[in-house]
Design a binder for this molecule. Sequence first.
Ligand SMILES: [Zn+2]
Ligand SMILES: [Zn+2]
Length: 278
Amino acid sequence: MLKNNYHTHTKYCGHAKGEVKDYVEYAVKLNMSILGFSDHAPIPINHGMTKEEWEENYCYENMNIETFDQYLNDIEILKDKYNIKLFKATESEYLINNDDWYRKLRSKLDYMILGIHFFNGEGRVLDTYKDITYKNVDLYYECAKRAIETGFFDYLAHPDLYLFDYKSINGKNEFDDKAKEICLKLIELCVKHDIYFEINTNGLKYSADKNKRELWPYPNIEFFKVVKEYMDKNPNKLKLIVGADAHTPEALGNDNVEAVLKMISDMKLDVKNKMEIK
Ligand SMILES: [Zn+2]
Ligand SMILES: [Zn+2]
């Protein structure tokens, strides 16, 4: 059972279900202490991508710019009404030439999550779920680096998402040396900038057999073995945090959450229960 969750979506993004209030009430029912909302931030058209790329990458499945203030207001009016602490945040992509936009967003939020579902690279926008190979995976890391160096972000969502359909030199989905190198670079980046590093429970929804951890798209077990190795060698450096990435109220406490918590306890991974909000 999660006591606190900082990665929560709502109906505003267009692909999650439930009002802000539904999530709050469900979290209270689960006896949670903290609920942070991080719905997908609006993405203006023609910022860092063409209109076609905007459509191809489902940017319409993010909040509308027009509803953003309503989203914040929904959270605001429920503060102090329930016995739970609420935070306002977004999960945002990071596209080039957009810093004024992210700065404006960040000024209205308690924290901001970086979730790289697509990114600028090779003269076009690459899709994290299907375009990554050993040849271009550095560009995923470069996006994370550029984003985090701005100082706008506090939390890196599903850092292992690059492994979703990652192809090695053999054209196979395997965790090769290059994948390991990127994993270590992401860890070091987050340590250097004091960014929370997520274990995301929502990847299990893509898993055919939840009992086979080696088949989970994310959390990726090979990736987190490297994380564990790093943390054993460098204690108290990396701030791991579990995120439900809830797209329904029930996902705040479903089987996927439980399966990942079991993995964490089996692997003896040291996770933070609470985020320090700056
Ligand atoms: Zn989503
Ligand atoms: Zn999310």
